[in-house]
Design a protein around this ligand. Structure first.
Ligand code: UDP
Length: 315
């Protein structure tokens, strides 16, 4: 059994990670300032003797009493609409928050894992994206608050590894979706599913020919644990390498939900990447991990979740 601190533990990925760790017998201390996370995501864990939650903003000094084996730094707004609304907080959690989480790991002699992102590749000119690609990021555009914060976080994580000998892991997460995304999260899969279920038009930004590669949350979490338990520092891409245009995604969502919603077009956000697909060679060969749940199956499961949320008046 390990004692594991999860920053962003009440968020979409952090809460699924907490579930997976509890299920395998670990103890979880979840930290979250609830700016984009919610206790609804973890309320089923309240009262569990291996789970605790502390409302804390990790841009302030972090202290967790007792031994800590691992620190998983998953705190950050992650949806473009969230980080554009919280630009300074996003930069702070990626920089100060990462520094504090690394400091906690160092003080406790713990292993550290950073949740990085495919956004470090920006609007990529190399396709698919291997970890060796340095990216094409606009450092002063509106998305830079997320992209550059995560690039800084990777640099800081490796500086702690090189200077202090800290054992670290860096995972680059590609578009992940599933249960516990907020209905108003703003990301494309949740937007399309909720719009389809409500019979509202599906909002396609731009012409819809831009592509993304969507990973169902269960696969993604399995990938995190495979990296954490491995000997590899990373960065390692974890995602699904099936690539779809937004037009194709809209079609799949309509088909899976049986919705007859129309589609409508909205302006493409500034610096919206035109294509994105992970090169999974490292994940497959070094970790023996691969995604197993296809887009249709993942959309079907997520649609069930949102159907229940809507029926319960929560979405
Ligand atoms: N997008 C869209 N309609 C929406 C929300 C997003 O067409 O209602 C597009 C967005 O412009 C982008 C893609 O879907 O090209 C993925 O957007 P998301 O916000 O999910 O993630 P990210 O841009 O961070 O990959």
């Amino acid at each position: 059994m390990a004692r594991i601190v999860v920053t962003g533990g009440a968020g979409f990925l952090g809460s699924h990670l907490a579930d997976a760790l509890i299920a395998r017998g670990d103890e979880v201390v979840a930290l979250d300032n609830l700016s984009t996370g919610t206790t609804t995501n973890i309320e089923h864990l309240f009262g569990h003797d291996r789970f605790s939650f502390v409302r804390h903003d990790v841009t302030n000094h972090i202290w967790v009493p007792g031994p800590v084996d691992t620190v998983l730094h998953f705190a950050s707004p992650a949806s473009p609409i969230d980080y554009l609304e919280l630009p300074i907080q996003t930069l702070k959690v990626g920089s100060l928050g990462t520094h504090n989480a690394l400091g906690l790991a160092r003080a406790k002699g713990a292993k550290f894992m950073l949740a990085s992102t495919s956004e470090v590749y920006g609007d990529p000119t190399v396709h698919p994206q291997p970890e060796s690609y340095w990216g094409n990021v606009n450092p002063v555009g509106p998305r830079s608050v997320y992209d550059e914060a995560k690039r800084f976080a990777e640099a800081m994580t490796l500086a702690y590894h090189r200077s202090h000998g800290l054992e670290v892991r860096i995972v680059r997460i590609f578009n992940t979706f599933g249960e516990r995304m907020r209905a108003d999260d703003g990301r494309v899969v949740s937007n399309f599913i909720v719009q389809a279920l409500r019979g509202e038009p599906l909002t396609i930004y731009g012409d819809g020919n831009q592509t993304r590669s969507f990973c169902y949350v269960e696969d993604e979490i399995r990938g995190f644990l495979a990296l954490l338990d491995s000997e590899h520092t990373g960065p390692i891409n974890i995602g699904n390498d099936g690539e779809f245009s937004m037009l194709e995604l809209a079609e799949i969502v309509l088909e899976v939900t049986g919705s007859s919603s129309p589609v409508t077009h909205r302006p493409l956000p500034v610096d919206d990447p035109m294509q994105r697909r992970p090169d999974l060679t490292l994940a497959r060969t070094l970790l023996g991990w691969k995604p197993t749940i296809g887009l249709r199956e993942g959309v079907a499961r997520t649609a069930e979740y949102f159907r229940a949320e809507i029926a319960a008046g929560r979405a």
